[in-house]
Write a protein that binds this ligand. Sequence first.
Ligand SMILES: [Fe+2]
Ligand SMILES: [Fe+2]
Length: 374
Amino acid sequence: MTKLPQFKNKKFKIMLVGDPHCKPNDESKRELDIIKDYLELQYAAVWHEKPDLVILMGDNAEGETEEELRKTLLRITKPYADTGTPFAFILGNHDLECKVSDLKTQYAIYKALPGCVLPEDYTEFGDYELLIPNSAGSAPALHLLFVYSGGSAPKSDYGHYDHVKPEQNEWIRETCASAGRRFGRLPAVLVQHMPVQEEFALLDETSFLSMLTDGTYGQNEQRGRFYRLKKTTPGYMGEAPCPAAYNSGEFQAIKETRSIFAVFFGHDHMNDFIGMHEGVLMGQCKLSSFNAYGDGLMQGVRILEFEEDAPFCLRTRMLYYRDLLGDDCRSITGSTKTLRDRTAVKLEAATKTLGVLAALSLPLIIRKLIKRYR
Ligand SMILES: [Fe+2]
Ligand SMILES: [Fe+2]
């Protein structure tokens, strides 16, 4: 196993990489452009931020064979290997949909990659922990929990996505309790691909009309509903959250640990909002590649910064492609290239539509007025 990174000068920085969605290279120009843009973003982010640890947030890569998956993963983790940056990962709902559909086989492939810090011990569900040592290397200063949130719901289940199992919730409780018994109460951060249902607490339910401004429609089990970010929720929501339909009580388990103070998710490619709910910080990490639907040049990575002397605190921000590399992106074309603020774009479209409707109905109104006053 690659040596676990530790706090340096009492600081520790993590870079979250949302939904790489990398496919085996088919050598087409489009495919080559996508991978080049992804790699440029990753190299630029790693050089700029010099993170101590990178975390791939799931929906990472596909492969028809183990060798193909290994090559795809080698290619997408090259920026970390080249810069000596260790990386960890979680799997997303799509990772086991490829031909290499066995979790243990995938974990063995990841583990053999340069820089991967996957420990020997992980659960049958793929969950694991990392205890990040303090600057002196004398004790852990940060506890990281990696949870596999599942794939599509099995036919016998209901809803669109599978859910975190009760055994995993028990693992979350026990893992934090065990660390507490050995090291005292440690600040802990949990990462998983799919958000928990409680993320909706950061949103307001609104009306269809909000779609003209900052609203978005619900998906799957929330179809027919409309949402916008609460005024107290900073960040951006380009799509409503897509958690599992069944809530197994994971958020309750997280709260009960009293050590997990922040949880980060991927999965929803166009969301980067963040907010507190019942004492737990929940944050979204946007898509960081160009292989799936996303938010144009506003895609990027999320940075988390920790201080050894300020446990249970963190600073976090998004770092967008546009911030690092400007507008020169091969895979993004058309209106998404110039996109800066989707709300402004929607408002402009709504104003234009209303203007056209008003112009079209004006002759009718005039005719009615003439008839009335004749
Ligand atoms: Fe995804
Ligand atoms: Fe996903």
